[in-house]
Design a protein around this ligand. Structure first.
Ligand SMILES: *Cc1c(COP(=O)(O)O)cnc(C)c1O
Length: 324
């Protein structure tokens, strides 16, 4: 990947004249089955630009209560767009068409205008869980019937693709806007791509400039993303196998409760009365195992391309040692 980045042909991305970025965008549009795509520095920016295209101030975005856009993007839709969230309590990050329907505001000048349904595939804080294709299509169909735009936060879309055997373009077909992250499991250092119709992407270009996401010789980072699309998708399976191995190992340790993983994330907690979650995370960190502490007391371990089976076994052993 570093070699590909070093050798990348570049141009001025703001002028849409960087050949490597252009090649990346064509490749993304082809893989996701959209008319066009646009390269951006981060997934966070993809979410905000898409919502900016779809919404006016006072509009409301319907999303699952654990959604990243609600918790981990510093309130950006409110701060930057004048847009509010209507959270839906789903099951493992997934809600159904009936729940969507009952969340849509009636017409009338008192209410925010329901404008977008946002779906996160996979659902990060819900455990890296997968929206079943039927549910996703059903929710999007209902959204369209009520005049709502459909937006896919596909930070980890390819984890769902390899886990379910559902092609990326099938997932994306139901949406007006979709994006993927190159800097998560795909293992590139920087970048995300936002995709949709010709008209959507053309409108999004204005906000790419406005939000400071138009770049110059971005081909250097786009080359990393292209390399990732070519080499790092199929191998996401290994991350899922390693997550299952990790969860199985941690579940054997007394003092821990572990959620069964769906993809590459393992959420677990310490049992009440024992070691606290942040104390365990600190002990693990001192012994070379990095886990995140979540606001609700859970711990999160993520498997990725720098983690091998042997690392997982060592992590389990280390956790055992921390709790003895
Ligand atoms: C990481 C993540 C984002 C934000 O992506 P960045 O590239 O870190 O800005 C958005 N949504 C989900 C579900 C994520 O996991």
């Amino acid at each position: 990947m570093r070699q590909a980045m070093a050798e990348a042909e570049v141009g001025d991305e703001q002028l849409r004249a960087d050949p490597t970025v252009n090649r990346l965008c064509e490749r993304v549009a082809e893989m996701l089955g959209t008319e066009r795509a646009m390269f951006l520095p981060t997934g966070t920016m993809c979410n905000q630009i898409a919502l900016r295209v779809h919404c006016e101030p006072g509009d409301e975005v319907i999303l699952e209560e654990s959604a990243h856009n609600r918790h981990y993007e510093t309130g950006a839709p409110a701060a930057l767009l004048g847009v509010s969230h209507l959270p839906v309590a789903g099951n493992a990050g997934v809600f159904d068409a009936a729940q969507l329907k009952s969340s849509i505001r009636p017409a009338g000048h008192h209410f925010p205008r329901s404008r977008v349904v946002l779906i996160e595939q996979t659902a990060n804080l819900a455990g890296g869980t997968i929206w079943p294709i039927e549910t996703l299509e059903d929710v999007c169909r209902t959204a369209a019937e009520h005049g709502l735009k459909r937006h896919l936060d596909g930070a980890r879309l390819f984890n769902a693709v390899v886990a379910e055997g559902v092609p990326a373009d099938r997932y994306c077909r139901a949406f007006d806007s979709v994006w993927i992250d190159f800097s998560k499991g795909l293992g590139a250092p920087v970048g995300a791509a936002l995709a949709g119709s010709e008209e959507f992407v053309e409108r999004a270009w204005r906000f790419k400039h406005q939000f400071g996401g138009a770049m110059r010789q971005a081909g250097i980072i786009a080359a990393g993303a292209l390399y990732a699309l070519e080499h790092n998708i199929e191998r996401l399976r290994e991350d899922h196998e390693n997550a299952a191995l990790l969860a199985g190992g941690l579940a054997q340790i007394s003092g821990l409760e572990v959620d069964a993983p769906s993809t590459n994330m393992v959420f677990f907690r310490t049992t009440p009365g024992g070691l606290g979650a942040s104390e365990l995370a600190e002990r693990l960190r001192r012994r070379g195992v990095a886990v995140s502490t979540m606001a609700d007391g859970r711990l999160r371990a993520v498997t990725h391309l720098d983690i091998e089976r042997a690392d997982v076994l060592r992590a389990v052993e280390t956790a055992q040692g921390c709790l003895e």
